[in-house]
Design a protein around this ligand. Structure first.
Ligand code: MSP
Length: 524
């Protein structure tokens, strides 16, 4: 039987009409850091990501590129979206495509069930549709066009004209779940986070809910409706179901029960789909609602949401080619409060790389290991008497672990990193104050030198563990240089929540070489 508290986290599944930019990578990294933290804490963890491949947006892009939608999606998934996961070092447990057979089969089971239970009916429908959003727009998001679109209704998000659609559709009786949803937000205030997101969702549902059109018959790039294959399932209903189909909904009950419910991480632009439509669908199917929905902010470039369509898109490898994946992961998790918007700038990235990663952390590690080499022939010394300064470091380390873990529990990844960085700062201050290079000149102070270098090295041991969910390349390098693999085991097996227990590094351990963790970046 699996051990540990279940923790199933999902990212949104990405539209494959185009290649990824750093906004998409941001969602992935946040989800990956959270799951790596939980996995290393012993929780029964699962990270799901994948691609959203049906619908008009993809169909039109494929056609415009002279490809069939299947050829197009296969190409983009293999050449752009799966490689993204390597570029930014994501340790996902599964990757689902909405064109996977397992997904299509299980979606049909789900929708059939809703139909049989009387939650679906057929009716004539007319509405203004935005292909960019893949959504019939509510009145509040329809604006008058200007410039080339003057006289037309445009989407407030995409700024492009809306299309009038008139069809016979199948509808999901979502309006019936209004009260149940409001009760959910009330009884479980943490269901939608952060609070600003929750308020928006509550206000939206309080206004009243319409039924949802869930089928389309004017094109066929989608999953056929089981009882009427002249219609395909609405792309958002198809996409949301990935969270259930990937873990075996309808076919593998043991796996489904083990994992469900999921915690969802989504951008705030798609919050409503996840916090309103999706729980209503689950309620209708008699399944538990998600564990929660966290809506993060946008990466802004020049004050606007970064996007390919507005030509502000930056490809993740433009950053990682120069700074590496660790810097990418660290920068976005540290510089932006998770849940709020944040501006990206090359200057800020370069400044933090130099000050925090290279000078703050990288140099600390190199200097401490170099001193162990020089003064103790590369063998971790036995500490002698812990004085106030050593006790202060021990307290900083154990407090940082608790603080960081509590921050991760509330999805405050930036606070978790800030808590861990208190150790980096404390160790740097400690070394400056204790001046081991001065102690080394005086044979009578050899015990003191041993205590100081033990403390610094043991501090690095804790840092390697605590930073491993974020600095997935540098932390294992530091772990290897500390020479602890034989005595303590692999880094990934270190229980994160006990990282602060002092004295795990054994005196007598032989340390190894450490190449600079964050080398100087030469200006191009
Ligand atoms: N396919 C839907 C999601 C379906 S989930 C059942 C979709 N895909 S998307 O590719 O357009 O967006 C995926 C995620 O990337 C969303 O969470 C979105 O918020 C995020 N981002 C897209 N641009 C972004 C920024 N500029 N900044 C931060 N996140 C951004 O929506």
């Amino acid at each position: 039987m699996p051990e540990g508290r279940p923790f199933y986290l999902t990212t949104p599944i990405f539209y494959v009409n185009d290649v990824p930019h750093i906004g998409h990578a941001y969602t992935e990294v946040a989800a990956d850091v959270l799951t790596r933290w939980h996995r290393q804490s012993g929780d029964d963890t699962w990270l799901l990501t994948g691609t959203d491949e049906h619908g008009q947006k993809i169909l039109r892009t494929a056609t415009a590129n002279g490809a069939s939608p299947k050829e197009w999606t296969d190409r983009l998934v293999e050449t752009a979206w799966k490689p993204l996961l390597e570029t930014i070092d994501i340790a996902n447990d599964d990757f689902i495509r909405t064109t996977d057979e397992r997904h299509e089969r299980r979606v049909k089971l789900f929708i059939e069930k809703l139909h049989e239970a009387g939650h679906i009916y057929e009716a004539e429908f007319e509405g203004l549709y935005c292909v960019g959003c893949e959504e019939f727009k509510p009145q509040s998001e329809i604006v008058e066009g200007t410039g080339q679109y003057a006289g037309q209704k445009v989407c407030a998000i995409h700024g492009r004209p809306l299309e009038l659609m008139q069809e016979k559709n199948y509808f999901f009786r979502m309006s019936a779940f209004q009260q149940q949803l409001l009760d959910l937000y009330k009884e479980r205030p943490e269901f939608v986070q952060p609070e600003s997101a929750r308020n928006e969702v509550v206000a939206f549902v309080s206004q009243g809910l319409n039924d949802l059109s869930i089928s389309r018959s004017s094109f066929d790039w989608g999953i056929p409706i089981p009882w009427d294959p002249s219609h395909v399932l609405y792309v958002w209903v198809d996409a949301l179901l990935n969270y259930a189909t990937a873990i075996g909904y309808g076919e593998d009950d043991a796996e489904f029960t083990r994992r469900w419910p999921a915690q969802h991480i989504v951008g705030k632009d798609i919050l409503r789909f996840h916090a309103v439509i999706w729980p209503a669908m689950l309620m209708a199917a008699g399944l538990p609602v998600p564990a929660g929905v966290f809506g993060h902010g946008w990466l802004l470039v020049g004050g606007e949401k970064m996007s390919k369509s507005k030509l502000t898109g930056i490809a993740p490898n433009e950053i990682t080619d120069t700074f590496g994946s660790d810097a990418f992961r660290y920068y976005f998790m540290r510089a932006i409060s998770f849940g709020q918007d944040g501006s990206f700038s090359w200057e800020d990235l370069a400044a933090r790389y130099q000050a925090e990663l290279a000078n703050g952390f990288g140099n600390l590690a190199s200097r401490v290991l170099a001193m162990v080499k020089r003064y103790f022939d590369g063998v971790v010394p036995q500490p002698v008497v812990d004085e106030a300064a050593e006790l202060a470091i021990q307290t900083t380390v154990s407090a940082a672990v608790l603080e960081a873990d509590a921050a991760i529990e509330r999805f405050a990844i930036h606070d978790a990193l800030a808590a861990v960085w208190k150790i980096v700062d404390a160790l740097n201050g400690y070394i400056t104050e204790q001046e081991p290079w001065a102690l080394a000149k005086d044979q009578a102070r050899r015990d003191r030198l041993a205590t100081v270098l033990y403390t610094a090295t043991e501090g690095l041991r804790a840092l390697a563990v605590l930073l491993s969910p974020v600095l997935t390349k540098a932390a294992p390098k530091l772990w290897a240089a500390l020479g602890v693999e034989d005595s303590l085991g692999e880094l990934s097996a270190q229980p994160l929540r006990s990282a602060g227990e002092w004295g795990q590094l054994k005196p007598g351990t032989a340390v190894g070489e450490l190449e600079p963790l964050f080398p100087r970046i030469e200006a191009a």
